[in-house]
Design a protein around this ligand. Structure first.
Ligand code: ZN
Ligand code: ZN
Length: 370
């Protein structure tokens, strides 16, 4: 007896399957499961299913007054089954975030900011005494199933006069913690993007990859991608969208695609203000933006499931497969025009919208509020 069987599941690449779930795990995946379950959900004709969507860059610690939100508001209500908070908190306050996160229905993980109080102060890396390697190591050890990586914000207003040093410290902390995944935020120089990418290695995650700033990947003069960006891309640095209020530009994303540079993962950098007022709104809208840029829907789904799971070593997430966590997103497509706005006020119009309808988290079905 299963707890839940999803019947007539259909993936974006038109594989058909029943999915049998027990104790929060996927126990069977087959064209037809001849068994009964406590609950069954039969997909409608127009519905698709994927592994649960993972948004690997959000801010959802409700006690952080400036950049706050609530996990379920950016999670299951928008079809997102797992969120990774990207460094809102540091070693000194992440325990409080952990406590609150346990109350959410959505799976919540965190990248711990290398600065001990996280982004409470906006210039958290301007004072190097706030970067305490031993504090980070201790807290990583204390919350091994919650902290899935490190976060360092490497832009002018954050680092003060410290140049590339905070990133060097982040890399040292990473090495002292079994190569924990590291996400690096980019923005205005200093440090220059060139210097940042030089210090990053294969598997490190560069977020805000398609920002429209001078210090971004696009050379404003030639309107082409800066040459050193290709080296970083080929080295295996994962480019992450991290849309945010300020960090996604259609022209940059389109130019990058035309030069064969693609985002590895699609994420929102969402918090209450850019969720309610835009330009982010939700992960689905961010996915639509990559669709109008020219990504196909199969890869867009991969970039919110298997890709972020790999990047942050969520080993039982990101796939519909036996033994994996029973996290799934059910969605449909609607043909209707929708104007999409990037962080710089540029617009594109999509004629196809993706509508998440259900989120299955640990085998439990939730209606989205989409
Ligand atoms: Zn950022
Ligand atoms: Zn962020």
């Amino acid at each position: 007896m299963f707890d839940l069987i999803i019947r007539q599941g259909k993936t974006i690449d038109h594989q058909k399957m029943d999915i049998g779930i027990k104790d929060g795990k996927i126990l069977q995946v087959a064209p037809v499961i001849n068994a009964s379950a406590v609950h069954e959900y039969r997909l409608q004709e127009n519905e698709f299913i994927s592994a649960g969507w993972i948004d690997d860059h959000v801010h959802c610690f409700e006690e952080m007054t400036l950049y706050y939100d609530y996990p379920d508001e950016v999670g299951y209500k928008q079809g997102v089954t797992t969120v990774i908070d990207a460094g809102t908190t540091g070693a000194e306050n992440i325990h409080r975030f952990y406590d609150l996160a346990q109350e959410a229905k959505t799976n919540v993980f965190a990248l711990v900011n290398i600065s001990k109080w996280g982004i409470v102060e906006q210039d958290e890396l301007a004072d190097l005494s706030k970067i305490k390697a031993n504090l980070v190591s201790d807290i990583v050890e204390k919350f091994p199933n919650f902290i899935v990586g490190l976060k360092a914000r490497m832009s002018k207003t954050v680092i003060g006069d410290n140049g590339i040093t905070p990133l060097e410290l982040a890399k040292e902390i990473q090495k002292a913690n079994q190569g924990l995944p590291l996400m690096v935020h980019i923005g205005s120089a200093p440090p220059t993007l060139d210097a940042i990418l030089n210090h990053m290695e294969r598997g490190d995650v560069l977020t805000h990859c398609f920002n429209g700033k001078e210090n971004g990947i696009l050379d404003r003069g030639t309107q082409s991608i800066k040459s050193f960006v290709f080296d970083a891309y080929e080295k295996g640095i994962a480019f992450d969208i991290g849309h945010g209020t300020d960090s996604f530009n259609f022209d940059v994303a389109e130019r990058a695609l035309s030069e064969n540079i693609k985002a590895a993962s699609i994420s929102t950098d969402i918090y209450i203000r850019n969720r309610t007022n835009g330009p982010v709104y939700d992960l689905a809208t961010t996915m639509e933006k990559l669709a109008v840029v020219g990504y196909d829907w199969k890869e867009i789904i991969d970039k919110v499931t298997v890709a972020p799971a790999l990047q942050f070593k969520l080993n039982k997430k990101g796939k519909i497969a036996v033994g994996y966590d029973a996290d799934l997103t059910v969605f449909s497509f609607k043909e209707a025009d929708k104007v999409l706005t990037d962080s710089n006020g540029n617009t594109r119009t999509t004629s196809i919208q993706i509508i998440p309808t259900k989120a299955v988290i640990g085998g439990e079905i939730f209606e989205t509020e989409y």
